[in-house]
Ligand binder design. Structure first.
Ligand SMILES: [Zn+2]
Ligand SMILES: [Zn+2]
Length: 126
């Protein structure tokens, strides 16, 4: 699991198209892709790992294929690391104006609360 996180971050931090390709290919090399259609949750979609595969294998495969498709669609420069202080989350920025900074709504609201508190402290000190 830690290994997967490390590989994912290596892709995000690659910094050039060729480096992203190389590192993503390394990640894809760990994937066990056996695509199949499913509607287990009521919506028709594709699963990329084999049925009943161990959790690590499923996650690695899903993450590797998912990242490859997102990078293909949105471009490698849209990969980002969460700007929240204690978060290592990664994301792909699909916003129109390329303005995403956090991995999740949770981190975004935590950061705005922290910024608000910091401003308040600043005012109190003046
Ligand atoms: Zn599913
Ligand atoms: Zn985050």
């Amino acid at each position: 699991m830690a290994d997967l996180g490390r590989r994912v971050r290596a892709v995000v931090e690659a910094g050039s198209e060729q480096a992203v390709i190389d590192r993503l290919n390394e990640l894809l090399g760990c994937a066990q892709v056996h695509p199949r259609m499913t509607n287990h949750d009521g919506t028709l979609h594709v699963h990329y790992s084999r049925e009943g595969a161990p959790a690590v294998e499923q996650l690695t495969t899903t993450v590797a294929v998912g990242m490859a498709m997102l990078v293909t669609r949105y471009g490698w420069a849209r990969l980002g690391i969460c700007a929240a202080e204690d978060c290592q989350g990664v994301f792909i920025d699909t916003s129109r104006n390329n303005s995403r900074r956090f991995c999740s709504e949770t981190c975004a609201s935590r950061a705005s609360v922290a910024a608000y508190r910091a401003r308040q402290r600043g005012q109190a000190a003046e």
